[in-house]
Design a protein. Structure first.
Length: 280
C-alpha cells in the first residue's frame, strides 16, 4: 500500500463531494474532487494499464500539492466545493456548476498530510487494479434519494449511462446497451455500484450517517481523529409528481435493493414517504 493516500469512490450523487469538503476542513488532509479526467487516459488502454496510469497521476498530484505547484481538480474554483450540481435548471434538469481546471494552494508544511482522491465510476470500475495499492472508502446513499437526484440532474446518469464506469466494465456496458428503459438502466447502475463495493469488501460509509454525525463517521473510516464540525442538515427538495409516480410504480424493485444490507425496507419506505411529503 502507498502511504498517506486514500481513494474515495461512491454512488454518483451520494455525497462524495460533500465528503471531500468535510475532509478539506482538516489541516492534515487534502481531498480532491474528480481530479482525473477519464477521457485523457490512454486510448484503448487495458484495465491493468489504466490502474498504473492512475497511480502515476495520483503520485504526481501529491508531489505537486506538497511543492505548492498548480494541479488539476474537478473544480477550478478550489477545494471548497460541496456539490458539483447547482440549483439552476435547464429543461427541468439541474445544471453542473463545477468546471475542471488548475488549482493552486499553499505548499503543505506538513509533508505527511493525507491525500484523498475522489472519483466515482472510474475508481469503481478499476477496484481490482487499485485496491492492491490504495485503501479505498465507498460512500453510499438511500436508493430513493439517489434515483430522484439522477432523474433531475444534467449528467449522463440522468440518461442511464456512466461512461467512466462502462469503459472498463464490459458487464456494465453490455447490460446497459441491452436495456431500453432509462429507469431500468438506473437501477442496473445503482446495483452495479453496490455489488462492486460489497464484493471488494470496501469500507462503506452511508451519506445519512455522515450528515447525522457532522462527518465523524467519515473521519473514523479514514483513520483520522474526529474533527469538531458544525452540524450538517439535509436540504429538502420538491420533485415533480411524475417523477414520484415513476418511483412508486417501481417501488418493489427499489425496495429489493435492501438485499445489500445497507438500507432496510423500512428506511427505503421512509425515504419514499419523505419525498412524497415534500412534494405535496
Amino acid at each position: 500500500m502507498i502511504e498517506n493516500i486514500t481513494l474515495i469512490t461512491g454512488i454518483p450523487r451520494s455525497g462524495t463531494t460533500l465528503c471531500c469538503n468535510l475532509l478539506n476542513q482538516r489541516d492534515d488532509a487534502v481531498a480532491l474532487h474528480e481530479p482525473i479526467n477519464p477521457s485523457r487516459l490512454a486510448g484503448g488502454v487495458s484495465a491493468g494499464r489504466a490502474g498504473m496510469e492512475i497511480e502515476s497521476i495520483i503520485l504526481q498530484l501529491r508531489e505537486d500539492i506538497a511543492a505548492g505547484r498548480p494541479f488539476e481538480n474537478g473544480d477550478k474554483a478550489g477545494l471548497s466545493i460541496d456539490n458539483p450540481v447547482g440549483l439552476s435548471t435547464k429543461d427541468g434538469k439541474r445544471q453542473v456548476v463545477a468546471q475542471r481546471g488548475l488549482v493552486s494552494i499553499p505548499p503543505r508544511e506538513n509533508q505527511h498530510f493525507r491525500l484523498i482522491v475522489k472519483q466515482n465510476a472510474l475508481f469503481t470500475s478499476l477496484l481490482t487494479q487499485l485496491e492492491v495499492r490504495f485503501p479505498i472508502v465507498a460512500i453510499v446513499r438511500n436508493p430513493v434519494d439517489v434515483l430522484l437526484s439522477w432523474m433531475t440532474v444534467d449528467l449522463p446518469v440522468n440518461r442511464g449511462r456512466v461512461p467512466a464506469g462502462e469503459r472498463f466494465s464490459d458487464f456494465l456496458r453490455n447490460t446497459l446497451l441491452r436495456t431500453d428503459s432509462v429507469f431500468q438502466r438506473q437501477l442496473i447502475i445503482y446495483t452495479w455500484f453496490m455489488q462492486q463495493f460489497i464484493e471488494h469488501e470496501l469500507s462503506i460509509v452511508r451519506y445519512e450517517d455522515v450528515v447525522a454525525s457532522a462527518g465523524t463517521v467519515l473521519d473514523e473510516a479514514l483513520g483520522f481523529q474526529a474533527l469538531n464540525r458544525s452540524p450538517l442538515n439535509y436540504q429538502s427538495r420538491q420533485f415533480a409528481p411524475a417523477l414520484l409516480d415513476e418511483l412508486q410504480s417501481n417501488l418493489t424493485e427499489i425496495t429489493n435493493l435492501s438485499r445489500f444490507g445497507l438500507y432496510s425496507e423500512v428506511e427505503i419506505a421512509r425515504a419514499m414517504t419523505s419525498a412524497i411529503g415534500a412534494g405535496e
